[in-house]
Design a binder for this molecule. Structure first.
Ligand code: PMT
Length: 404
């Protein structure tokens, strides 16, 4: 798939830190995802982990020296630099960060990084006092100015028993930054507001009206948009999912909370994608204390919630702003989609058939029809991640006209 590491040349620079062993797992993951991985190790890194580990994982020698004829030509740093799709330096020690910040090319890694024009991702890992020292912070700032991507370390208990910020981040965050560097950034400059998940409308502190939305489709859209270069705000109803790296999440519970959040954020957005399943109704009364079944009536009176998307469609003035609705339908998909497209003044609607077991709510896959003013397009059955990318492909090609 175009949106993965497959076929990409990732040069991983490893420096002297106890966290070096963690990166063996990352290299293994990249190799399994069919990236072509080359590992460059500093002298200190080899004190923590053997080059053989990385050779075994990548299938090519770990590069350790500028002048090792057995490994490659003496020019191998230039070959590595030119061949790289991206550089990942992890763990990045204070010393290597200082070298890179000042262009000191005195070992294979620092020389290779200086010679590359590929994106560089740096993951610092060191003692918290070293990390917070002004010298390190200034050096990191310099690297940011070069356009390097710094993935800040996590906080916690260190191997040296100090506590604070300095632990090597987890792979899940690093892979997002790497993918954002590697993929086509056709959503760069877009500020995309996405809604996901269900809303909950309380009957009392124990019970609520809701629906089966897991948030998976909306979170896949948020992750895909970030990877393609957008700034992403995710307004999310209650879900069990982790906020995707790089995405700003605003948590809401009720439809009215979602309404307030979407209206507050919409003016600043270039695109709204409303994949949330909003409860159309809420109980007319929400009780402060749990209703005893002996005291409960047999019917629940409900009132209508605001239709957030309808309201946005009514208020929208800027023709550059793109508004995308979703629809969960159980029949007449195209007709129902067209009605919603027009009634809610949308640029595009993505319709899913919720009667199919492998599409719609909760499952990992989806099969959607996209409908706009020009016509409709059936997307193939695919994972929600691939579906999200196909929706953005369609938007770039047909609505923004920036795609190929
Ligand atoms: O979360 P998952 O488990 O991954 O499932 C994904 C999904 C099935 C929820 C998703 O793909 C989807 O179809 N979302 C829209 C579901 C829905 O609410 O459809 P609708 O036909 O009721 O609403 C149409 C549109 O109006 C939607 O964009 C909805 O967000 C919006 N709406 C609806 C009601 C309301 N009060 N306010 C709204 O803004």
């Amino acid at each position: 798939m175009e949106y993965s590491f497959a076929g990409k040349r990732i040069v991983v620079g490893i420096t002297g830190s106890i966290a070096a062993f963690k990166v063996a797992g990352w290299v293994s993951t990249l190799a399994k995802e069919e990236a072509r991985v080359a590992v460059v190790m500093t002298e200190s890194a080899q004190k923590f982990i053997a080059p053989l580990t990385f050779s075994a994982l990548t299938g090519e020698p770990a590069y350790t020296s500028m002048f090792n004829q057995a490994q490659s030509s003496p020019m191998s740093h230039i070959d590595l630099a030119q061949d790289a799709s991206a550089f990942l330096i992890a763990p990045a020690s204070a010393r290597t960060i200082a070298r890179l910040a000042h262009g000191i090319a005195d070992d294979l890694l620092s020389t290779t990084v200086l010679a590359t024009r590929a994106p560089v991702v740096v993951c610092p890992a060191m003692n918290p006092k070293m990390y917070l020292h002004q010298a390190t912070q200034d050096n990191l700032e310099r690297l940011r100015q070069f356009g390097y991507h710094i993935v800040d370390p996590d906080s916690g208990l260190m191997a040296c028993k100090d506590e604070g910020q300095g632990r090597l981040v987890e792979w899940e965050s690093v892979q997002e930054v790497l993918l954002r560097c590697l993929l086509k950034n056709d959503l760069q400059g877009e500020r995309i507001l996405i809604t996901a998940g269900p809303t909950r409308e309380a009957l009392d502190p124990a019970r609520f009206i809701s629906n089966r939305s897991s948030g998976k489709m909306g979170y896949a859209l948020a992750r895909a948009a970030y990877r393609r270069g957008a700034d992403v705000v995710l307004v999310s109803g209650p879900t069990a999912l982790q906020c995707p790296f790089g995405v700003k999440r605003i948590d809401v519970v009720t439809a009215r909370e979602m309404y307030d959040a979407v209206l507050a954020e919409f003016n600043n957005a270039t695109m709204l994608i409303k994949s949330a399943a909003v409860s159309d109704f809420r109980p007319a009364v929400s009780f402060e204390h749990k209703v005893k079944k002996e005291n409960a009536g047999e019917t629940i009176e409900v009132v209508r919630n605001p239709d957030i998307l309808y309201e946005i469609g009514r208020l929208k003035r800027d023709p550059e702003q793109i508004v995308v609705g979703f629809a969960a339908e159980s029949g007449n998909l195209i007709e129902e989609g067209k009605i919603k497209l027009q009634r809610k003044n949308l640029d595009l609607i993505a319709v899913n058939d919720i009667t199919s077991a492998d599409s719609g709510f909760e499952v990992e896959t989806n099969k959607m029809i996209l409908i706009d003013a020009e016509g409709s397009k059936q997307l193939p059955w695919a994972s929600k991640t691939d579906t999200a990318h196909m929706i953005f492909d369609y938007i770039c090609q047909n609505l923004r006209k920036t795609g190929n």
